[in-house]
Design a protein around this ligand. Structure first.
Ligand code: HEM
Ligand code: HEM
Length: 188
């Protein structure tokens, strides 16, 4: 059932914890390829956090299916509505694709995908240097695409909270509003 005042608490908790994790992963990834000194420690952190993001993204989609998001304000121009939907689909797609590509590229290099202690994930692709090179490149391109979409998403969130003041931000805010986000109306 849709929460009348916005996204349900699990959706908000997952949104903000995953936002922090994803931003950390982008920074860790860049630090990893630019710092030789801390390379192994950073990769050891990057792998399990990335796979945690995959798990949380699946939980988040399951929660979204069980509890659909509130509708966008009815006075939102059609192109902004389409842009919002398209960017959310791309964000979900990249939250799933980034960890899978990371896992697949290490599999193609026959590099163990160690999580913690003795926990090692099985390879999901056969060994292939060509495939590794292609997926390694894809991982970089998708990471910077994700970063670009996050910046656009941040811009859109600021537009809603500072200019339109239409309750869209309140619907996903980490805190629960004491009164309903009255301006966020159902689709006409
Ligand atoms: C790594 C960073 C982030 C990611 C991956 C992300 C991802 C998403 C996704 C996928 C949705 C759609 C939720 C759904 O329909 O199920 C969403 C909604 C939303 N996000 Fe983010 N987000 C991030 C950061 C932020 C930040 C920094 C803000 C605000 C400052 C923000 C504000 C919002 C708001 C207000 C919504 C609700 C939009 C709506 O109702 O259509 N997000 N976010
Ligand atoms: C949301 C999840 C993830 C994000 C945002 C992310 C982000 C990044 C970024 C930004 C880089 C640096 C790219 C460059 O500048 O070339 C990188 C590199 C890398 N990532 Fe990820 N990554 C994620 C998941 C994973 C996972 C799950 C694995 C492995 C299981 C992984 C393994 C690697 C490896 C091995 C490198 C390259 C190290 C090197 O070339 O020396 N990543 N990642």
């Amino acid at each position: 059932m849709t929460d009348p005042i916005g996204f349900n608490p699990p959706a908000r908790l997952l949104h903000w914890s995953m936002a922090a994790l994803i931003l950390a992963m982008l920074l860790i990834g860049v630090a990893m390829v630019t710092s030789l000194a801390d390379y192994h420690a950073l990769v050891a952190l990057h792998r399990p956090l990335g796979l945690l993001i995959l798990l949380l993204a699946v939980l988040r989609l399951a929660n979204r299916w069980r509890c659909p998001p509130p509708p966008l304000p009815s006075d939102l121009p059609a192109w902004q509505r389409r842009a919002a939907h398209a960017s959310h689909i791309m964000l979900y797609g990249l939250m799933l694709a980034m960890p899978l590509v990371g896992w697949a590229m290490l599999s193609a290099a026959r590099y163990p995908v160690a999580l913690a202690g003795p926990l090692v994930l099985p390879p999901i692709l056969p060994q292939s240097p060509m495939l590794y090179a292609w997926l390694r490149e894809l991982h970089t391109v998708l990471a910077y695409t994700l970063f670009g979409i996050i910046l656009t998403h941040l811009g859109a969130a600021l537009l809603h909270v500072l200019i339109r003041q239409d309750g869209v931000f309140a619907s996903m805010a980490p805190w629960r509003s004491r009164r309903p986000a009255t301006t966020r109306r159902a689709d006409a």
